[in-house]
Every structure is written in C-alpha cells, then in structure tokens.
Design a protein around this ligand. Sequence first.
Ligand code: FAD
Length: 266
Amino acid sequence: MTLPDFALARPDTLEEALALLGDDQVPYCGGTELLLAMKVGLQRPETLVDVKRVPELRGVRSSHGELVIGGASTHDDLSRDALVREVLPLLAEVEAHVGNARVRVQGSIGGNLCFAEPKSDVATTLIALDASVTLQSSSGRRTLLVRDFIVGPYYADKEPGELLIDVRIPLVATRRGAYVKFQVTERPTVGVAVVQDTETGACRVVVGAVGEIPVWRDWASVADIDVEELSSAVDPVEDLTGSERYKRHLTAVFVRRALRDLERSS
Ligand SMILES: Cc1cc2nc3c(=O)[nH]c(=O)nc-3n(C[C@H](O)[C@H](O)[C@H](O)COP(=O)(O)OP(=O)(O)OC[C@H]3O[C@@H](n4cnc5c(N)ncnc54)[C@H](O)[C@@H]3O)c2cc1C
C-alpha cells in the first residue's frame, strides 16, 4: 500500500483555501482517513488542500449560548480543552477515548464528520447534543444539524467546494448526559449516547456504530424510553465484530447501561 503522487497546498487563509478546492482538490486535515483511502485506491485527488493553518477552523470558544469548535480541532485538543471540559465534560470524555493515540492527535472533529465513518463515537454524541455544522464555500455559508449532515455511510451532505468551518453545540445548563460503547477493534461496535434536559425531563437516545448511520429517538421522559423499540429500529451491519442478532442484543444492553450511567450523572 503506497500513496499515489499528489500535490500539497498549504493555504494560510480561508479565502485561499476555498479558492483552491475542487473535484480533484480536496480538503486534508489529519489525513487519518483520507491517506488510508488514497493508499487503497478509493480516492485519487490531484491536490490535498491542508486546512490546518486556516484560523477559522482552529480553537474553541463560547458564543451566543453555543460552544463553537473549529473544524480542524483534533480529538486530543478537545479531550484536554479547559472550556470543553468545563461546559461539556461528556464530549471531552468521548474524545479522550476515540481510536488510538495517533488517531486522537492527528484526527479532527471536522474530518470525522465529513468522512461520515459509520463507526463514529463523535457523530453519535454530537447528534445527542443537537449539534450543527457550519459549511463555507466561496459562494456562501450554510448551517445544518449533524443528524442531517450525515446522510449515509461515508456520505455527508457536503459539496466539493465546501469546508466544514466549525461545529456548534447549544449550551444548556440543565442538560446531563452519558455515553457508553463496546468495542473489540479500534473502532466501536456499538456506541450509545443519552442526553436529558433535567428541567423538562425530555431525553434523546442515539445509537451509533452498529448500523450505517446513527439512529435516534426523542422521549418526553426517561420512563418513556422503549429499549426494545430502539433495538428493533437499528439496522445492524453484520461483519467480523458480530452478527445482526448479536448487535441488536448489544444495542439493548448498552442502551440500558447508558440509562444507568445517566441516572448516576449529576
Ligand atoms: C484506526 C482508526 C481508529 C478510529 N477509531 C475511531 C473511534 O473509535 N471513534 C471515532 O469516532 N472515530 C474513529 N476513527 C475515525 C477518526 O475520528 C477520523 O479518522 C478522524 O477524526 C478524521 O479526521 P482527519 O482530520 O484525519 O480527516 P482526514 O483524513 O484529513 O479527512 C477525512 C475526510 O474529510 C474531509 N475533510 C477533512 N476536514 C474537512 C473540513 N474541515 N471540511 C471539509 N472536508 C474535510 C477530507 O477531504 C476527507 O474526505 C478512527 C480512525 C482510524 C483510522
């Protein structure tokens, strides 16, 4: 597995980066997925446009009731970031357990979402948190919910000329949450996120990794959650990590564990 030839562009500004993008000129951040896809011949871009120097894609801040995370932030950055740890410890904890040390140091939150890898902890958690993404092209900017952005396995709602600038998560003081996963390889076999608004009691449960895209349900209270309905709703992909039946069973077990952890959380 050797990398095919490619050119590398390293723009310093958003405008430069956007002007460089095209069908054969693709964004490159940590390269954990892209370089692998190129090595096995699934992608053969002419130019990789390195987005890591673009200021708009860097850093974490709180703005107008949202946590705004630059698209090039790595999993490691987010697991250690003081603001994330303070206002969204659930996300910091999930990020601290993504893949392996190399993937966490190189891989970005934007790359994770844009690649739409089905076995993602990050997408599952962000859907539970009702996060959205900001996409910018040279003709404008649009925002969409992560749950709408992930359209299918390895397929996000993104045009070749668009960059994922940031991920935005509403900051809700009365929210609590939990995430549990089971894995036998470097990627999760099943991941379950549950987030509840303690004021209204409303909660969302999201099951990821087990099927091609995350599945979520909203309920008015924890007591209303129908674990059997949820484990029937997922569409498990049978692979070396388990059969469809086994993964459906795992889903029910891990939804119950997530609910147990939610009850223990503050
Ligand atoms: C061995 C391994 C284990 C993993 N384990 C886990 C796990 O346990 N949990 C989990 O959630 N994930 C896991 N992952 C996925 C990991 O999170 C992603 O590989 C990583 O975050 C991708 O980010 P990147 O910056 O490397 O993306 P790249 O490889 O640079 O890019 C991926 C894709 O996104 C596009 N892209 C990147 N950034 C942008 C942007 N800002 N705007 C527009 N398009 C962009 C690229 O063009 C490319 O198509 C694993 C990956 C590997 C290789």
